[in-house]
Ligand binder design. Structure first.
Ligand SMILES: Cc1cc2nc3c(=O)[nH]c(=O)nc-3n(C[C@H](O)[C@H](O)[C@H](O)COP(=O)(O)O)c2cc1C
Length: 368
């Protein structure tokens, strides 16, 4: 059998494990349809809320960290963009229309609400009626929304996380993924709280709080809006090592948990690493913004190549393969000591007896 990228996760069947991550790549039905046509396995729409009139963006709202040598290469990307400012009713219509047009493509609605049970349950009930395949709860946007006690203000507090996921699960009939923030000391704690409340899966990471730089001419922080700034969310290839660590920690702490991993995925080889650390699906946001939607064919080819090189037929065979090899520093030292002993022959007489016969005798003596 030839290798395939097809996979079924939290009861949802994907042609391939690549979803566009919530953000500019999935801002309206037209671009979502385009990405389905180009072969993305699924799309997580831009996060929506019940009242979009409360969402007011600024410009500029992005900042780039460029490679100092290859200055056309963007290493890191910061944004202070909020969730969708498009009307809720428009989104409901577009979800309905997309599911009618693309019944077999995966459409995940990303939702966020204020800290009120009625609001969360209303948005879940109404959005699921449109036929979307699943929910991603944005418990993790790190800028702007936390000022309204939303996004990361919920995801960084395990008890709120558990409570909100619990409200959602009371009414959700479709799978629910909780999207976590990396801006916490121990990512396992809120992820466990979300799973305890019944989440079907975990998406991670959202962006990392950051300050992209200071303009040395004006001495103002960037991106500068009317001379001022706020810390934003960092994404793109610079965050990949941090994202991989978050995925690994959660995958090891909650064995088998369906993870949608993201953060700096630019190539299929990056995606393969997320899968080897326990991701079931992967998401690409900044990588699609910088390379275009068409990058999906390259992403798929590269991931397939990894499967073929290892003689794997399915993603499940790659999934979590690197996880058993994390250990403690103490264990690394012990392993190195043992390996060195094995290399030098360890217990051979020629190595053992060098003239210090008393201490050499002691070293060979059992301690009890
Ligand atoms: C401009 C921009 C807007 C974003 N908006 C959202 C959003 O509305 N909801 C959300 O859950 N994540 C949002 N994200 C976060 C991404 O979905 C993703 O978690 C993060 O950027 C890491 O992945 P990446 O490096 O592939 O971008 C946004 C990211 C960017 C760059």
């Amino acid at each position: 059998m030839a290798a395939t990228l097809e996979t079924t996760v939290t009861r949802i069947k994907f042609d391939n494990p690549y979803l566009l991550g919530s953000g500019p790549p999935g801002t309206n039905a037209k671009v979502i349809a385009k990405s389905f046509d180009l072969g993305w396995g699924g799309v997580v729409g831009k996060t929506i809320s019940l009242d979009s009139t409360k969402v007011v963006n600024t410009a500029p709202r992005y900042g780039k960290l460029k490679d100092p040598v290859k200055t056309d290469v963007v290493v890191g990307f910061e944004n202070i963009e909020l969730i969708s400012d498009r009307p809720y009713a428009t989104w409901l219509d577009e979800f309905r229309q997309l599911k009618k047009q693309y019944p077999h493509k995966v459409l995940i609605a990303s939702v966020m609400e204020e800290y009120r049970k009625e609001a969360w349950q209303q948005i879940i009930r109404e959005v699921q009626e449109t036929g979307v395949d699943g929910f991603e709860l944005n418990l993790s946007c790190p800028h702007g929304l936390p000022e309204r006690k939303m996004g990361m203000a919920m995801g960084e507090d395990p008890s709120i996380c558990e409570e909100v996921v619990g409200w959602v699960k009371e009414v959700a009939k479709i799978p629910v993924w909780a999207k976590m923030t990396p801006n916490v000391g121990d990512p396992k704690v809120p992820a466990k709280a979300a799973m305890k409340a019944g989440a079907d899966g975990i998406s991670t990471i959202n962006t990392i709080l950051s300050v992209i730089g200071v303009d040395l001419r004006t001495l103002r922080p960037m991106p500068t809006v009317e001379g001022h700034a706020v810390p934003g969310g960092y994404s793109g290839q610079a965050v990949r090592p941090i994202a991989l660590r978050h995925v690994m920690e959660i995958a090891r702490a909650i064995p088998g948990v369906p993870i949608s991993g993201m953060g700096g995925i630019d190539t299929g080889f990056d995606a393969a690493q997320f899968i080897a650390l326990g991701s079931h699906t992967v998401q690409v946001c900044t990588g699609a913004m910088l390379q275009g939607y068409e990058v999906i064919s390259k992403l798929k080819d590269e991931l397939l190549k990894v499967l073929v090189d290892h003689k794997f037929e399915r993603l499940e065979e790659l999934r979590g393969k690197a996880l058993p090899y994390f250990t403690t520093h103490f264990d690394l030292v012990e392993r190195q000591r043992a390996a060195k002993a094995a290399r030098t022959g360890g217990n051979k007489d020629a190595e053992t007896w060098k003239g210090e016969i008393k201490s050499e005798t002691d070293a060979l003596t059992a301690t009890r």
